[in-house]
Design a protein around this ligand. Structure first.
Ligand SMILES: Nc1ncnc2c1ncn2[C@@H]1O[C@H](COP(=O)(O)OP(=O)(O)OP(=O)(O)O)[C@@H](O)[C@H]1O
Length: 740
């Protein structure tokens, strides 16, 4: 039996034949199995984000699109009358009762004929409403083409309403169009609950979630013959900007259609989001680069805590942890973003016992992405997995830094620990570290002068991390590694078709990416003359031009530059602009080459421990003889060369328990052999290279301290009242190879 038409009060038995309790039509005309009318019609053109003619910003993770759907199904006719007149408050499902009560309190007209006459804006008010919704309307129409056609063909009218429930656009309608017009599904009609009571548009706005209203669940009698599906449209900040609705005669009801409407509303939200990201500093490119650069799984999270993008590592992590609700709620994340500190979250206990090697918790670092007004648009969440150690471990230790838990990847430093990753206690290094930590807080450009591998990049990153710009991008560029012909456009970007092979729509450069943050120009002496001029302008007034464009752009960047060349000499030879040199060289910091450092053995030991931890290489020891050879080498490649030498030694040591000089790279062994012969282990006499009297006294004191400390350098240092590095340094000078 067909579902009764509009305005006809529904009899009990007729209704029960038409809709089940979920509002699904029981005797619907045949459509493809599992498909609805609308779905059937749009399936050819709808294949998810990215197919709507705009660049998809997000990669959706699987999630239910209708999980918060409010489905309002009709009650018995006599009950409706009794409830609406306030005689009884039962016999109706609670959500429906709530919307009816709200409608009544708002003064909605239960018959609805009054609203038919009154509820339409005059032409000029409508024009103003449409103008206010101009952005929404334009973006919606860019994605609703296929949907509108499907609505037309399946006798649904599609309605776009603004945040007040005023219809600003309609599409489709087919055979239902005239009826829709009579019921005021037309531009300018107000569909808020206060006027028309429970209906999909007004109720979706009131509830801020998708709503399906079937037949007599509508508050107003005149709308009882309708089925309407609506979903709110929110901007990236989560504010409702409008509603998308599809309405037809009640007999067209199909539970699947609400899914299509929700998906379409989401598609419109995607376009709005794409626009917002494009306007945010750096655009979506910034987000992509941030995610690419991350060493840890990275998620992009939007209000109200929705993961909208995840890089490959993050997707793999999600699969591994199988815990969809691992993120703290949005306010907690936002709070973390503002204090820039780490937050450990333990994974759901429903995953059962945590065994060795399984991810047990995540350490989150949260960075905000803000729009032009400084409002938080989204959050980048970097999630370092923490794995459990020890077989058969039943549950996680409560203390976050319990020994049974170790990080799988090194954690990015927080502001107060930014310089901690720079190891060593050499006085010159210490001076550089203190100077840079102070400079970090200012906006001054910093010029780092050092040989290759001596830690320029490490210092640049620490300066950024300790600066007020820490949450903004840090963009490192090796000017010497980019082809000179491309350097200018890599840095400044280029306009559409600026050169052969240029991106058609133009592209932002690294300066735009670094907006708000720090640009690290490594090998700055390799900048071309043209790039030097352009960089000088950015430093002076914050303006620049993309290659091939005349539109002036602005960028707020802090420059940290570095070079291993003699910039003074280059300036003297007119190979580097003097004015740029004065701009970037206001604060010059020299980093000592490793061979001049007094803490080589200490640094080697610390790097060694760090490396063993990272490689899970157990308790392999660095023998005193190996340390001695390391301390004696002159390290032209500086710390980078030292790191490689240590990795080489691990590989060569194989199953041994101790690394000896034989395991070190041949360059070190050769150098070691060239050194004067040193005293043997435990020797108490002179080294045979002629110690002056003072050194002899130090030698004795050092030996005594070491002996009474069982060779423990830290303890010996404490006894002597000197730094560990001094013990190593003295030991090196005095020819001791018994340090442990
Ligand atoms: N003081 C230090 N403590 C710990 N690690 C260091 C230190 N200095 C340098 N390193 C490590 O040595 C390697 C080289 O350092 P970095 O890349 O910062 O050098 P650089 O001067 O920028 O080199 P280049 O001029 O070749 O770019 C990196 O792996 C870095 O982590």
């Amino acid at each position: 039996m067909p579902f009764p038409g509009k305005g006809v009060p529904m009899g009990r038995e007729r209704r029960s034949h038409a809709l089940d309790r979920h509002g699904v039509l029981q005797n619907a005309p045949p459509v493809a199995p599992g498909a609805s009318h609308l779905q059937h019609m749009v399936s050819g053109s709808w294949a998810g984000p990215g197919t709507f003619g705009y660049r998809s910003v997000v990669t959706f993770l699987p999630r239910s699109t209708c999980s918060d759907l409010l489905r309002l199904t009709p009650p018995r006719a006599e009950i409706k009358l009794a409830v609406l007149t306030g005689l009884v408050q039962e016999g109706v499902e609670a959500p429906l009762l709530a919307t009816w009560n709200r409608s009544r309190e708002l003064g909605a007209d239960a018959d609805g004929s009054h609203a038919l006459e009154e509820g339409v804006l005059d032409a000029s008010t409508l024009a103003a409403a449409r103008a206010r919704s101009e952005g929404l309307r334009r973006h919606a129409s860019s994605v609703l083409g296929g949907f509108a056609a499907a609505c037309e063909a399946s006798d649904f009218v599609a309605v776009l309403a603004d945040a007040d429930g005023v219809v600003v656009d309609t599409f489709g309608g087919g055979a239902f169009a005239r009826e829709a017009e009579r019921l005021r599904l037309i531009e300018g009609a107000a569909w808020g609950e206060s006027l028309r009571g429970t209906n999909a548009i007004g109720t979706a706005l009131a509830e801020n979630r998708p709503v399906a209203v079937y037949g007599a669940a509508h508050f107003a009698r005149v709308n009882e013959g309708l089925v309407c599906f609506a979903a709110p449209i929110r901007d990236p900040r989560g504010e409702i900007v409008g509603v998308l609705d599809a309405t037809s005669r009640a007999e067209r009801a199909n539970a699947f259609d609400i899914g299509i409407v929700v998906s379409m509303a989401r598609a419109i939200e995607e376009v709005l989001r794409a626009r917002e990201y494009a306007r945010a500093s750096g655009g979506i490119d910034l987000v992509e680069r941030l995610m690419e650069r991350s060493h840890e799984p990275a998620f992009l999270v939007e209000r109200p805590g929705r993961v909208v993008r995840a890089d490959a590592r993050a997707r793999a992590l999600m699969q591994e942890i199988r815990d969809e609700s691992f993120l703290p709620d949005w306010p907690a994340l936002v709070a973390r973003a503002s204090i820039a500190s780490e937050l450990r979250v333990h994974l759901s206990p429903t995953r059962g016992e945590v065994s060795q090697g399984q991810v047990a918790a995540l350490d989150l670092i949260v960075e905000p992405i803000t729009d032009g007004r400084g409002d938080i648009l989204a959050l980048m969440v970097f999630a370092a997995p923490v794995v459990a150690e020890g077989f058969g471990q039943a549950s996680l230790p409560a203390a976050p830094r319990h020994a049974a838990i170790r990080r799988r990847t090194p954690r990015p430093p927080t502001a107060e620990h930014a310089f901690e990753r720079i190891l060593g206690s050499d006085p010159a290094l210490e001076t550089a570290r203190t100077t840079c930590a102070r400079l970090a807080r200012s906006r001054l450009p910093v010029l780092l002068l050092a040989e290759t591998g001596a830690g320029k990049e490490l210092f640049a990153r620490a300066i950024h991390d300790a600066s007020p710009r820490a949450a903004a991008p840090y963009v490192p560029v090796n000017c010497g590694a980019i082809q000179p012909a491309l350097l200018l456009s890599e840095l400044f970007g280029h306009g559409p078709g600026a050169y052969t092979g240029a991106a058609r729509g133009g592209r932002d450069g690294l300066i735009a990416t670094a907006h708000g943050g720090t640009l690290f120009l490594d090998e700055v002496a390799d900048l071309s003359g043209e790039a030097q001029v352009a960089l000088l302008r950015v430093l002076e007034d914050g303006t620049y031009f993309r290659v091939g464009e005349s539109t002036q752009r602005t960028a707020d960047i802090r420059i940290v530059a570095a070079t291993s060349r003699d910039l003074h000499a280059l300036v003297a030879a007119s190979e580097f602009r003097e004015d740029l040199f004065f701009r970037i060289g206001g604060a010059c910091v020299e980093l000592p080459p490793l061979r001049q450092r007094e803490d080589i053995a200490e640094l080697a030991s610390e790097l060694w421990s760090r490396m063993l931890e990272a490689q899970d290489a157990g308790s392999l020891r660095l023998s005193p003889a190996a340390l001695e050879a390391i301390a004696a080498h002159d390290w032209p490649g500086n710390v980078r060369e030292l790191e490689s030498a240590l990795e080489f030694a691990v590989a060569m040591a194989g199953e041994e328990v101790e690394v000896t000089p034989a395991h070190l790279p041949p360059t070190l062994k050769a150098r070691g052999r060239a050194l004067p012969r040193r005293a043997g282990a435990g020797s108490t006499g002179s080294s045979g290279i002629g110690l002056p009297a003072l050194d002899a006294a130090r030698h004795a004191a050092l030996l005594e301290a070491l002996e009474t400390s069982n060779g423990n350098v830290s303890e010996a240092a404490r006894k002597l009242g000197v730094a560990r590095s001094t013990v190593y340094r003295l030991g090196r000078r005095l020819g001791l190879d018994s340090l442990r």
